[in-house]
Design a protein around this ligand. Sequence first.
Ligand SMILES: O=C[C@H](O)COP(=O)(O)O
Length: 214
Amino acid sequence: MFILVNLKTYPCDPVAVADAVAAVDETTDARVAVAPQAAHLERVAETGAETWAQHVDPIDYGSNTGHTLAETAADAGAVGTLINHSEHRLKLADVDGSVRAADRAGLETVVCANNPAQIGAAAALGPDAVAVEPPALIGTGTPVSQADPEVVEGAVDAARNVDEDVAVLCGAGISTGDDVVAAADLGSEGVLLASGVAKADDPKAALEDLVDPL
Ligand SMILES: O=C[C@H](O)COP(=O)(O)O
C-alpha cells in the first residue's frame, strides 16, 4: 500500500513529520511519503522521506509569475506530485497540462477527483495514479473506505475500464490502520490522507497505527 500524507497548509512542523515518515517507512512493507507545501519541499526532502509536491502548474519555463514549475519541484527533491485536489481544482485541460508537465520533469503523478465519473476522466489523461476523495468527507475523520465503500469500488472500476495501468488510491477521513485495510479490501492500492497525521499530537504514532496491520 502507498500511504501519501498531504500536509496541506496545516500548522505542523513539516520536517518533524517528514522525519516520522522516513522512520516509519523503514519499518513497513508499505510505501510512505509526504507532500509538504512548495516552500518546504527542499527541507523535507533532505530528511530522506519520499517527498511529493502538492501541485504543479501546466506550464513550462518562462513568464509565469507565482506558478509552480514541475522542474523546480523536482530540483527541490520532489519525486511526485498531486494534481487537481478538491482544494485546488483545475479545469480538465489544466489537469492534462499538469500531468504533461510532471511527466516532463520526471515526477510521478496522482490526479485527485471527487467521484468515480471524474476518476474515469482523470485516468484517461494517463497519470500514474488517481485518488478518489469525496469532498464532504475530507477532514471529517469519517473514513471514505468505511463510510462510503461504493465510491471506492466505483473508482476502481472506472479507472480499470479506462486504463488498467492507472493505480487507484482513496482519501478523506482516513486515520487508522483499519481504514487502510478497508481501503485495500475495496481494491485501493493506497490512501491519501492529511489531518489524521498533520493534526495529530504525535504524528509518528499516527503513522505507526496506519501501517501496523499491513
Ligand atoms: O489530501 C488529503 C485529503 O484531502 C484527505 O484529507 P483528510 O485526511 O484530512 O480527510
